[in-house]
Design a protein around this ligand. Sequence first.
Ligand code: FEO
Length: 392
Amino acid sequence: MMKLKDSVYWVGVKDWEIKRFHGEEYSTHRGSTYNSYLIRDSKVALVDTVWTPFHEGFVEDLEREIGLKNISLIVVNHTEQDHAGSLAYLMEKIPETPIYCTKNGAMMIKKHFHKDWNFNVVKTGDSVDLGENRLVFVEMPMLHWPDSMATFVSGANVLLSNDAFGQHYASPYLYNDQVDQGELFQEAIKYYANILTPFSRQARAKIKEVLDLNLPIEMIAPSHGIIWRDNPLQIVYKYQQWASDYNEGTAVVLYDTMWGATKKMALSIAKGLGDRGVGVKTFNVGKCDKNDLITEVFKSRGVIVGSSTINRGILNSTAAILEIIKGLQFKNKIGAAFGSYGWSGESVKIIEDRLKGSGIDVVMDGIKMQYDPEAEDLRSCEDFGAALAEKF
Ligand code: FEO
């Protein structure tokens, strides 16, 4: 248990070992944390639990440090298993304890755990008096699940924001001013890009709503990673930027290649872009972490994708990254396709269709080359990149 301020304590778990999260869907190079919080007042409130594999140690620690019978109520800000996974084990020990959550939260807890516990459904503005502090609830639907909410500890003035403003980032430290700022913001933007991008419209509206409340926020404590105590609103303003169809005016060239021809095209297209002043990064998607690539896509204005043709289709690594891009529905991005082929040559058309289906504005007809491009072909690729640069 670590004291954050006044009566607010961190009772979470640091997971140094996890390298893939959400099944295999999200890479966690720097581990993660599952942050649970305890408000020790006249009443004691537990806000969120930790991921299922850690349930025994989590509950044992609570028993030793506070006594489970002394927990007056449990707040479930979000029912996903990394936060509510230890609830069933905890509720076996204290089954009558009231659970505060949204209407969707109660439905989802029942669907997950098949139990009808003592639910207290709350809406935005509802509150619970703990003594010196009051918990004020703010529904956050689709940030990032329908059940999501945040809890403001009025008195201590700590916003327990759940997934919002979090990062998959294990550290020996708790606070934002104690860690490497590059690592912290890399993990924060990766989290936003890979998880929150499809909900940017809701994020913009909710941030405005919360800022308009003029809450005296002194600390923002999310459910993953580092707690924002130094200038806590800096991450809220970052989210405002990221939620506003963000890009940095740069380009990313994503490709996979069978025998190197598509790679030569990728590098020449990138040269054409770069020579015209567009900052450009080039990645072989077959060799890169896909969540890191999505972060690069998020930061880019231009998304140029290439693949060899294989069996009338595209290489599976390229198909996978395009599937993720489609799901995230980025806004305010332009794109184009390229690729080499031997005889049928469908890859460029397939990529263009997928980019269009992802909401990316395909601003030029794609370029394809049969077998291995010669110097003159590669000059055409450079010209293609230069022409693309004019569209930025
Ligand atoms: Fe960290 Fe949506 O769970």
